[in-house]
Ligand binder design. Sequence first.
Ligand SMILES: [Zn+2]
Length: 377
Amino acid sequence: MSDPVFIGARIYRGSSYGAHHPLSIPRVPTVTDLCRTLGWLPTDRYRTSPCAKPGALYGFHSKDYITALQRSEVTQNTDLAYGLGTLSNPVFPEMYRRPATAAGGGLLAAELVRTGGVAYNPGGGTHHGLPDRANGFCYINEPVLTIQRLLQMGLTRIAYVDIDAHHCDGVAVAFHGSRQVRMISVHEDKRWPFTGALEDNAGGAALNIPVPRGFNDTEFDLILNDLILPAVDAHAPDAIYLQCGADAVTEDPLSRLTLSNRCHIRAVWALRPLASRLIVSGGGGYNPWSVGRAWACVWATLAGQEIPDRLPHDAEQILRGLRWTRRAHPTEQMLTTLLDPARPGPISDHVRSVVDALQPRIRGLGQGQAQHDPTVG
Ligand SMILES: [Zn+2]
């Protein structure tokens, strides 16, 4: 099996959704620079993401919408019929090319794992994008397009696991009722986009795991071991797509979950042996220090690199060089390390009841697949 590949691009460096947007911060550049400085990105492990051409996006998005998105990039005018030019989805200079590069990275990742392997596309994971409009900072739905490409290759069983703090509403639209794609999402309850309820199984294709504020590492381990891993295993996937959004950590300004980045590492580690192909993307993550640190840890885990207890000087300077207008300064610990301290805690009745409610459904998922799926040879 080939070595894991990191997919990046220059367009993430310097482009921004605007000074006041949560995505005004550098994310892919930070993780790329950290990994380079730490010696974790030899040239044969790094691939530059191509910018996807419009025709590659029509599998999920409407032609009219993609045309409107390209037009707004050129004219820099709003087009509210397509959700372009709102506070969440602003008009900005790279508003087509940047998300189309993230999508191109996902399509490249699919090709790279065609015969097996691991690909990491931290610019991807734009899970809110809808067929005919921008939604939740997402203009183009990279996870959907990447999974569609895997299916076009002839794979018939894909497990999509999403540990972003927000529900993957765009992905759920795409694969509602699918017997080939199993979507497993853990996300904060009662938070935008307010979809992904416990009872919502997306026509039998999804396991939705809404969790309460204050969700901690101990509770994440329970969800991982008792729900996520058994659900993936029951699907016997040809490929796993892990959306590894970094906004469920304590320091993130857009969620109230209180995980450490050790949870992201454990998810990567535990999912890796469950399929011969693994694609890992980024996603949310709105604190510049926590997102850069978490995603560097993810790459270290995929690439088999040891995470140092204390960062060497050059890597520390990358974190010290970050600026953030929205919040207070980071702790010294966030500037000198990559790995968070563990954030264990009690298992709440809420989380316990979610596990109890969903465990019987996992057993049903496996049986339903074996009995009813006509696409499996
Ligand atoms: Zn999110």
